[in-house]
Design a protein around this ligand. Structure first.
Ligand code: C2E
Ligand code: CA
Ligand code: CA
Length: 608
């Protein structure tokens, strides 16, 4: 019974309060409304009604107009004046003999009225329509509130965003002009000041300026032996010492790493600037105290004097850099004043070139072999031969750094010959060990300069003859640009290579001209998709489709595809699904020194 009641009240559509001094009306409604799902309460006077509302506010009030204590209109007004009850809809009940004053009823805040004697169905309809209106209002209010809340939140977020933005902006502005380690101006600020100096020299005949470009000698050794933390501390000390030698008005900046630049103004004779360079070198003869050790740091300095010929600050810096490299090449710990002749050999190339020549003699090069695998079997099908330079003092130098210099200076031809010869000797050695079934091809990179070398074919013929290796064991990797740069001879050279069964591979595909339209003319066996494209294969990357397109095009041109720089399983799976035949990358193996390449081969031929 108790449960039934609870269930009933739970299921109620709302609570209705009847305020009427006529018991017959109350009885009629209290009998009728509950069967329509309403909970009913009653009060027999205006005062009792107001009290009831206070105690337990109903969802709707049926309010008699004529009552002995307070008339209905007044009760309604009071309800509407009270914020707690003002939203409760009031329907007036009016006797037929008293003509309802609709104006007063609505002014008092009523929403509707029914006339007596009560037609129960009519009462019900009026109640239901008010209740649903009420519900709709509540819904709208709720939505409004939510919306408002969201707007508030969003505004707050925006405010935070703007604040954050301003903060980063400020930080960025500082960072944009300051070197974080030393607090000195950075390159950007230095360039701005240099621009100012350039403007002044054009306006005033008396004004002079000089730019020093300083680079610490062998600072890499310091970092490698003492660690980067001490290296950084030392750089701060170096910056301090340099700053102490400057006069007011000169500015010094750090360009990152162990590079500094000085803008020298307000001198009358060039000798004064030279004297400062000497002073800097001298001051560095006193060691630095760093981490309880005495450390010597020398710098090589390139000096450029400002002239009205310069239009751009960058050009001055470039020349200062060139002079600095001359100083390094001359034996370091000294300075050089820039002279236009120095551009005959561009900056870094000068030092590297000297080193490169020696490197071949001193046998500082070695070849690493990076496995190329079949995606279908994950078996080894080839190697790419990659050059490594281990300089006794400078340490490991990346081919990305020295190959361009070797190209520029023409040394690549000599170097390339050495690699080809070494690789062919190695292939021969493997063939001797594993016999005729040894089918692992080795790819050798051929640079543009080598490709253009008139005696390339003669060189290759001699190597093949000397080593007894058949051309089909060798694959040459050539970039599209190398071919395009030598468009007139390309046809004939490629044809001659083909005649020797030498395999051809387009390297770094996608980074150069990437015009497949001419590729079909050449006897190319393989297309190597550049690492930057393989990198595009990541979760939710739309760019991955580019790789697929390249693979399809290559196949249509009768080439197989090697994807280079494969680092993840995800990339591997995507490539496999896209029909790519071969892959190379850290996911499988890094370029291996010979002994490890031998291990990889031994695994591939377990029975031999
Ligand atoms: P490349 O021909 O594109 O060679 C591939 C480069 O990608 C190699 O760099 C290789 O070590 C690197 N690599 C391979 N797999 C991955 C990977 O999964 N992730 C990443 N991040 N890198 C990977 P390396 O050995 O530094 O060679 C750089 C470039 O120097 C070569 O690029 C090539 O253009 C040139 N080079 C190297 N050896 C020779 C050579 O003997 N002769 C000529 N002419 N150029 C060479
Ligand atoms: Ca390559
Ligand atoms: Ca590449």
């Amino acid at each position: 019974m108790q449960e039934e009641l609870e269930e009933l009240s739970f299921a109620t559509k709302g609570k209705i309060l009847i305020v009427d001094d006529t018991p017959a009306n109350i009885n009629l409604l209290t009998d009728f409304l509950p069967s329509w799902g309403y909970e009913v309460e009653a009060a027999n006077s205006g005062t009792a009604g107001l009290a009831r509302v206070e105690v337990s506010p109903p969802d709707l009030i049926l309010l008699d107009i004529k009552m002995p204590d307070i008339e209905g209109y007044e009760v309604c007004r009071r309800l509407k004046a009270n914020p707690k009850t003002q939203n409760i809809p009031v329907i007036f009940l009016s006797a037929l003999d008293e003509v309802i004053d609709k104006v007063r009823a609505f002014e008092a805040g009523g929403v509707d009225y029914v006339t007596k004697p009560l037609q129960l169905q009519e009462v019900l309809v009026r109640i239901e329509s008010q209740m649903s209106l009420q519900l709709a209002k509540a819904e709208i209010c709720k939505l409004n509130a939510e919306l408002e809340e969201r707007v508030k939140q969003r505004t707050a977020e925006l405010e935070i965003e703007i604040l954050k933005h301003l903060e980063t902006q400020k930080k960025l502005e500082c960072l944009a002009f300051q070197d974080a380690l030393t607090g000195l101006p950075n390159r950007s600020l230095f360039l701005e000041r240099l621009e100012g100096a350039l403007n002044r020299i054009k306006r005033s005949a008396d004004y002079q300026f000089a730019v020093f470009f300083l680079d610490c000698d062998r600072f890499k050794l310091v970092n490698d032996s003492l660690g980067h933390l001490l290296g950084d501390l030392l750089l701060v000390e170096v910056a301090d010492r340099l700053q102490q030698l400057l006069s007011h008005g000169d500015s010094i900046a750090r360009f990152g790493g162990d590079e500094f630049s000085i803008l020298l103004e307000g001198f009358n004779h060039r000798e004064e600037a030279i004297a400062l360079a000497e002073l800097i070198e001298q001051s560095l003869n006193t060691p630095f105290e760093c981490g309880g050790q005495e450390i010597f740091v020398n710098v090589s300095i390139g000096i450029v004097f400002g002239t009205t010929d310069y239009d751009l600050p960058d050009t001055i810096l470039r020349d200062a850099d060139t002079a600095m490299y001359r100083a390094k090449a001359r034996g370091k710990a000294c300075f050089e004043v820039f002279h236009p002749d120095m551009h005959v050999l561009s900056s870094q190339a000068f030092e590297l070139q000297t080193n490169l020549r020696l490197a071949i003699e001193r046998q500082e090069f070695s070849i690493h072999y990076q496995p190329i695998v079949s995606l279908a079997t994950e078996g080894l099908v080839g190697f790419e031969a990659l050059l490594r330079w281990q300089h006794p003092i400078l340490g490991f130098i990346s081919p990305a750094d020295f190959i361009p210099v070797a190209e520029e200076t023409g040394l690549i031809v000599q170097l390339g010959e050495w690699i080809l010869r070494e690789v062919c000797f190695q292939i021969k050695a493997w063939q001797e060990k594993y016999g005729s079934q040894f089918s692992i091809k080795v790819s050798v990179n051929l640079s543009g300069r080598q490709f253009a070398f008139p005696d390339l074919i003669g060189q290759i013929d001699r190597i093949l003859a000397d080593t007894g290796v058949r051309g089909e064991m060798l694959k040459l990797e050539i970039t599209e640009s190398a071919i395009m740069d030598n468009a007139e001879t390309a046809d004939s050279v490629l044809k001659q290579l083909k005649e020797r069964q030498i395999q051809l591979c387009i390297d770094d595909f996608g980074t150069g001209y990437s015009s497949l339209s001419y590729l079909y003319r050449f006897p190319v066996n393989t297309l190597k998709v550049d690492r930057s494209f393989v990198n595009l294969i990541q979760a939710d990357s739309q760019n991955a489709a580019i790789v697929q397109t390249i693979i399809i095009l290559a196949h249509q041109l009768g080439m197989d595809v090697v994807a280079e720089g494969v680092e993840t399983l995800e990339q591997l799976e995507y490539l496999n699904a896209s029909g790519c035949e071969f892959a190379q990358g850290y996911y499988f193996a890094k370029p291996l020194p010979l002994n490890l390449a031998n291990v990889a081969i031994a695994k591939h031929f377990p029975n031999l």
